[in-house]
Design a protein around this ligand. Structure first.
Ligand code: IVH
Length: 693
C-alpha cells in the first residue's frame, strides 16, 4: 500500500485557505449576488483543493466544499416526519385583502389603532425544505411533502453550496431545524438551459421547475451538476439554544450562522408600511437574481405570533401578498409570420387570449424557425406563456403531455406574405428573409431611405419624415416611383411648402447621375456595403454583368465570400427586384461605366468608357472625421495617411462629412454620424480602404 506523505505546514495552510476562499466565493455569488471570480476560476480552486485532499486524506473534513459532489444513487427517498408541521400561507391579491389581514391581526392582539410591526420579505418561487442540524452538523434534509411527512433529500441538499454542512463553532445547538426555499438563480437557469440546448436535451420551463426536477433526483451526482441555492425564512424545532424574540432577530441569527437570507428583508409599521414594501419589491422584481411570486408579511414579535395562532393549515400572523402571475398556460392556435423593416421574417404565435403578467396576451414572438424546433412547438399545443415585467411575452415551453396526436408542425412559408417574393435563409444564418427588398411593403421605408442616403444615390432632403409621408400617402412604392413624382403630388403632402417641393424635385433629378457603386449599394442587397459595391463595380464593370454573374464568378471578387455571393444571387433572382432596376434605368438613372480591373472581357453597350469613372482613390476629396481609439495607428498617423490620399480631416461631424471613422469607445461624434446618416467606417473597413486607395 502506498504510504501517504505527511502534510507540511504549508499544505495545511493552503488547504485551509482554499476552503475559506471557496466559502467566501460561494457567499459572494449566492448571498451577496456579487461574484468576483468566474466559474472557471472557481473550478480551478476547487480542483486544487480536491488534489491536495486526495494526497493528504487526513486533511479532509466534513465541511469541505469537495464533499458536495453527490454520493451513491438511492432506490427511493426515505419518508421524513416533520417534528413541527410545515404549513402554508394564506394569499392576498389586493389592498383590501391586506387591510383585512392587518385589521384581523390588530383585533386578535387587542391593539385598537396601534400599528403592528411587521417583518417583510420576498416570497421565493422555489420549493420549501427543512434542514436538520444536530450539534451543528447537517444530518437530514426533507421536502415539505404534505406538510406532515416529506421526502428525505439529504444527499441532494448536501450538494447545494450555500447550505452550511457544519455550523460555526459558537452556534451548535443540540437540535436546529432551519426552513427555507431551494431555488435556482435566473442566471444559473439560463446557463443550465444553454447547456441542455447544446446537448440537444429538453429545456426547463422556468427556474422553479428546474429546481424541483434537480432536487428530486435519486442520483445526487446529478443534483450536484445543477446549480441550486437556498434561502432561509424560518425555523422548526430547536433544542439547546435561546431563540430570539422577533422574526427579524431570528433572521439575523440565521445569517450569523451563514445561512443565506433575503437581503430585501425589512421591518415596517402598519399597513402603509406593507403597501410601500409591496410597491418597492414589485418595482425591483425583474432586477432580482431569482424569481419571486409575491412578498410575505409576518407579525414581527413571536409573542404576538403565538397569541394570533393558526387557522387550519396556515398561520394567522403571516400572509403572502401575490404579484400578478408571470406565467399562464394557453393554446397555440397557429403560427403566422411577420416581415420586419429589414425583411427579417419572424414567426409569431397566435394564442388563445390569456391573462398573464398583468395584461391579456394573444400574440408572442417565436423569434425564428430554429427556436420553434428547439421548443418542439406544434399547432394546437398547450403552451406556457411568460411575460415578466415589461418584457415582451414569450412562449416558454410546451406541455407535451397535453399534445393532440395529429398536431401539425410549423412549416416556414416560401413566399413573403406581404409581397409574394421568395423567402430564403442564407447559409449559416438563423433568420429567414424576404428577398423582395425593393418592392416589399414592409421594407419600403427602409429601402427608400437606404437608396436615397448620401453614400448611395444621394437625394438631398429625402429624410425619415418625408419617406414616411410618401409611403403612407401611397404615392411611392419603389425607388423608381421617386422619379415619377410631380410637384402636385408633393404639394399635397402636409407641411410641404412649394419651395421645398421644388428643391426636392431638383435633388431627385440630380440623383439620376450617379455611379455604379453608389447605385449598387443603394439597392440594399443584404451584405453588400459600400466597399463590396465598389469591388463588384470594379470587377464586373457594368450592372448587367453583376446581375447575371453566377456564384463562381462572384466569388472571384475581392472580399466576396459564399454568403455575400449567395445574397447577391438571391436578390437578382427575384424578378420583382430586376423589374425595379429596369424601371430605374427607364427613368434615366445613369452612371459612367467603371474601368474593369480584373481582365474580364467587356461587351456591348456596357463597354468601359475610358477613365471617365476611374476611381481616383477612396478618400480623395472626402471629408473624414476620426473618433474613438484605433488600435493599428494613432489618430495623428491616421490623419496623415488620409491627407496624403487627398482627404480633408475635420474635427466635427456635419452634413458635409463623408465618412466617420469610429474606433473603440467612440462617443458623441458617432451618435451624430448616425443621426445625420453619415457613413460610419469601423477600424477594419477603414484599414481595408486605406490599403486600397
Ligand atoms: S414563511 C407557515 N416566508 O411560500 C408557513 N414562506 O405559500 C411559513 N415561501 O411553503 C412560510 N418565501 O415554500 C415563508 N419568505 C417566505 C417565503 C415562503 C417563499 C413559500 C414557502 C411556503 C409557501 C407558502
Amino acid at each position: 500500500m502506498a504510504t501517504v506523505a505527511p502534510a507540511t505546514a504549508q499544505v495545511i495552510e493552503r488547504v485551509a485557505q482554499l476552503k475559506r476562499e471557496l466559502a467566501q466565493h460561494n457567499h459572494n455569488y449566492y448571498v451577496l449576488d456579487q461574484p468576483t471570480i468566474t466559474d472557471g476560476e472557481w473550478d480551478q480552486l476547487f480542483h486544487e483543493l480536491l488534489a491536495l485532499e486526495t494526497q493528504h486524506p487526513d486533511l479532509l473534513t466534513q465541511d469541505s466544499p469537495t464533499q458536495r459532489v453527490g454520493s451513491k444513487p438511492l432506490d427511493a427517498f426515505d419518508e421524513v416526519m416533520h417534528r413541527i408541521p410545515m404549513l402554508s400561507l394564506g394569499n392576498a391579491f389586493n389592498d383590501a385583502d391586506i387591510d383585512n389581514f392587518d385589521r384581523r391581526c390588530r383585533e386578535g392582539l387587542d391593539l385598537g389603532d396601534v400599528e403592528i410591526e411587521y417583518a417583510c420579505e420576498p416570497k421565493f418561487d422555489g420549493l420549501a425544505i427543512s434542514l436538520t442540524f444536530v450539534n451543528g452538523v447537517f444530518v437530514q434534509g426533507a421536502t415539505r411533502g404534505d406538510g406532515a411527512v416529506g421526502e428525505g433529500v439529504t444527499e441532494n441538499l448536501k450538494t447545494i453550496r450555500s447550505i452550511p454542512l457544519v455550523l460555526p463553532a459558537q452556534h451548535r445547538p443540540a437540535l436546529l431545524e432551519v426552513r427555507g426555499e431551494v431555488l435556482m438563480l435566473r442566471r444559473d437557469f439560463a446557463k443550465l438551459n444553454d447547456r441542455q440546448a447544446a446537448k440537444g436535451e429538453k429545456l426547463f420551463v422556468n427556474p422553479r421547475n428546474a429546481a424541483a426536477g434537480s432536487l428530486r433526483q435519486l442520483d445526487s451526482k446529478l443534483t450536484a451538476a445543477r446549480p441550486l441555492t437556498f434561502f432561509a425564512y424560518g425555523i422548526g424545532a430547536v433544542e439547546g439554544a435561546a431563540v430570539p424574540s422577533t422574526h427579524s432577530a431570528l433572521m439575523d441569527w440565521l445569517e450569523s450562522m451563514r445561512f443565506p437570507v433575503a437581503r430585501q428583508r425589512t421591518i415596517v409599521q402598519g399597513v402603509t408600511g406593507l403597501r410601500d414594501f409591496y410597491q418597492r419589491i414589485g418595482e425591483a422584481r425583474t432586477a432580482l437574481p431569482y424569481d419571486i411570486d409575491g412578498v410575505v408579511y409576518k407579525v414581527n414579535r413571536f409573542d404576538q405570533q403565538q397569541t394570533l395562532g393558526f387557522v387550519s393549515r396556515a398561520p394567522r400572523f403571516a400572509i403572502a401578498h401575490k404579484f400578478p402571475a408571470e406565467e399562464a398556460t394557453t393554446v397555440l392556435l397557429g403560427i403566422d409570420v411577420q416581415v420586419g423593416r429589414t425583411g427579417a421574417i419572424t414567426p409569431v404565435a397566435r394564442l388563445q387570449p390569456v391573462f398573464v403578467g398583468g395584461t391579456t396576451v394573444s400574440n408572442a414572438t417565436l423569434h425564428n424557425e430554429d427556436e420553434i424546433r428547439r421548443k418542439d412547438l406544434r399547432i394546437g399545443d398547450t403552451v406556457v406563456v411568460r411575460r415578466a415585467g415589461d418584457v415582451i411575452p414569450e412562449v416558454a415551453a410546451v406541455i407535451i403531455e397535453r399534445r393532440l396526436t395529429d398536431a401539425p408542425v410549423f412549416v416556414m412559408p416560401t413566399r413573403c406574405p406581404e409581397c409574394d417574393s421568395a423567402i430564403v435563409k442564407l447559409e449559416g444564418e438563423v433568420i429567414a428573409r424576404c428577398t423582395g427588398g425593393l418592392i416589399c411593403p414592409a421594407q419600403r421605408k427602409q429601402a427608400l431611405l437606404h437608396y436615397a442616403q448620401r453614400c448611395a444615390v444621394d437625394i438631398e432632403g429625402l429624410g425619415d419624415k418625408l419617406v414616411d409621408q410618401l409611403v403612407e400617402a401611397d404615392v411611392v412604392h419603389t425607388p423608381a416611383d421617386l422619379y415619377r413624382l410631380g410637384i402636385t403630388a408633393l404639394s399635397n403632402l402636409e407641411r410641404m411648402a412649394e419651395k421645398s417641393a421644388t428643391n426636392l424635385l431638383a435633388s431627385i433629378e440630380k440623383s439620376k447621375r450617379t455611379t455604379l457603386p453608389k447605385f449598387l449599394f443603394g439597392l440594399g442587397i443584404r451584405h453588400v456595403g459600400e466597399a463590396t459595391a465598389k469591388d463588384l463595380a470594379k470587377y464586373f464593370g457594368n450592372l448587367d454583368a453583376i446581375m447575371d454573374a453566377n456564384n463562381a464568378q462572384l466569388l472571384q471578387v475581392h472580399d466576396v465570400g459564399p454568403v455575400v455571393a449567395q445574397s447577391i444571387r438571391q436578390f437578382f433572382d427575384e424578378p420583382h427586384n430586376r423589374e425595379v432596376v429596369e424601371q430605374l434605368r427607364a427613368c434615366k438613372v445613369t452612371w459612367p461605366e467603371t474601368q474593369i480591373e480584373h481582365g474580364r472581357a467587356s461587351h456591348g453597350e456596357n463597354a468601359p468608357v475610358g477613365n471617365a469613372g476611374a476611381d481616383p482613390g477612396l478618400f480623395s476629396g472626402k471629408t473624414v472625421v476620426l473618433t474613438g481609439t484605433l488600435t493599428a495607428m494613432s489618430r495623428d498617423e491616421a490623419k496623415d495617411k488620409l491627407e496624403a490620399l487627398g482627404a480633408k480631416v475635420s474635427g466635427s461631424v456635419s452634413k458635409k462629412t463623408d465618412y466617420v471613422v469610429a474606433g473603440a469607445e467612440a462617443g458623441s461624434k458617432l451618435d451624430k454620424a448616425v443621426e445625420l446618416r453619415v457613413a460610419v467606417l469601423d477600424e477594419a473597413t477603414f484599414l481595408a480602404m486605406l490599403a486600397r486607395p
